[in-house]
Write a protein that binds this ligand. Sequence first.
Ligand SMILES: C[S@@+](CC[C@H](N)C(=O)[O-])C[C@H]1O[C@@H](n2cnc3c(N)ncnc32)[C@H](O)[C@@H]1O
Length: 439
Amino acid sequence: MTERRRESCVTPMRSGSFSRSEEPVELLVERVGAQGDGIAQHRGEPVFLPFAAAGDRVRARLGAKRGGGREGRTLERLVAGPDRVEPPCPHFGVCGGCTLQHLNESAYRSVKLGALHAALARVGIDPGVVAPLRAATPGRRRARIGIEMPHDTTLPVRIGFRERFQHRLVDINECRLLEPALFRVVVELRRAAAAILRGGMRADAILTRTDSGIDLLIEAAERPTLGALGALAGFAEECDLARVVWRISGDDLPVIERRPPRVVLSGVAVPFPPGGFLQASEPAERILVAEVLRGAGLRRPVLDLFAGLGTFTFPLAAAGSVHAVEGDERAAAALARGAAAQPRVSVERRDLMRDTPPPEWLSRYAAAVFDPPRAGAARLADALARAALETVVAISCNPATFVRDAARLIAGGYRLERVIPIDQFVWTAHLELVAVFRH
Ligand SMILES: C[S@@+](CC[C@H](N)C(=O)[O-])C[C@H]1O[C@@H](n2cnc3c(N)ncnc32)[C@H](O)[C@@H]1O
């Protein structure tokens, strides 16, 4: 069978940003970029082709402008590049949950590390500080899943992740990304959805597997009906969920709590607030914690900045005192409750972006652990740079903002000792890392 016949129509065409008025074009994919899309050139501008591999020759339709180029949608793969392997999931190529299931191991690793190396090189940091990629077994314990109930409720509900570059939900009946117990709840949710959502309604289900069971937070633009509340309570019983909460415009309506959701962090039980933050995968979290402890060593007192529920706070407290700072009200309250019987842990709620601690205050600590959201924390990096602590351990899920903040620390006199890349977000282009800076 020829390549052309076997692989024709790899991606079903949909409407959206791909106009049919423009003729399809033939493209050669040169490489896979930092976001995980294949990149080809067309009339001097890059075209970003989801699910493509270097060496693929494709017939594609061009779509909206994006990142200095155009979105592209493969209509037909004419020739497959040499890095291709059979993706393990049947939804791969349509579902936006995974972007990199189609690459062999070495191509996969070089895409994952390529973005980090390029980002480091941009600010003049030698990529030689980067350790080999640490693999974590796939299995996320938290996920945001979209649900769409058609206006005609006799039609099947759509439940899954969004398409790459699109708002459209891709209905999934299999997922290797999630812990199996979490995906079982997704399967059951499909069955129960008609009793929970009215026709034409959309919602997001945020599922988190805590240490006392699965927590379900429904985010929707409408209030639940009485029938929906009853159906959700029944659903919680059937699936043995710990809790269900319905969130509308930021307000939480408790639906049912069968067991208080909690996470156990280094032996300390911390209440889990609805939709709270946890590292996405438990195996990756174990690597992160071990690397943070190795980087901080026995230096105490230590600051845990952007502490969340205390993923690093409690392990760090085994060797001395820790001051944990967290901005989110619910997270900080939960962390404080967990820390109540921990004399070595103090907790402060503070907006670290607006109310950045001054260098003199930071200098009271021997080390700082620094785990900001994806946007990074430039002002705090500047303050840390002027504070001259012995050690700063940075955790990041975004190489671009990490290097910006790292460059500030280095300009302040720190030396970047090592960067440990961790494959927490398996089959996607996202990369987690731990970096150790010494003064
Ligand atoms: C990437 S999470 C890390 C949480 C924790 N270190 C962990 O590993 O579980 C980032 C944390 O920063 C917090 N955060 C976001 N913006 C903040 C701000 N302006 N000030 C303080 N904390 C903030 C979030 O609530 C979240 O808990």
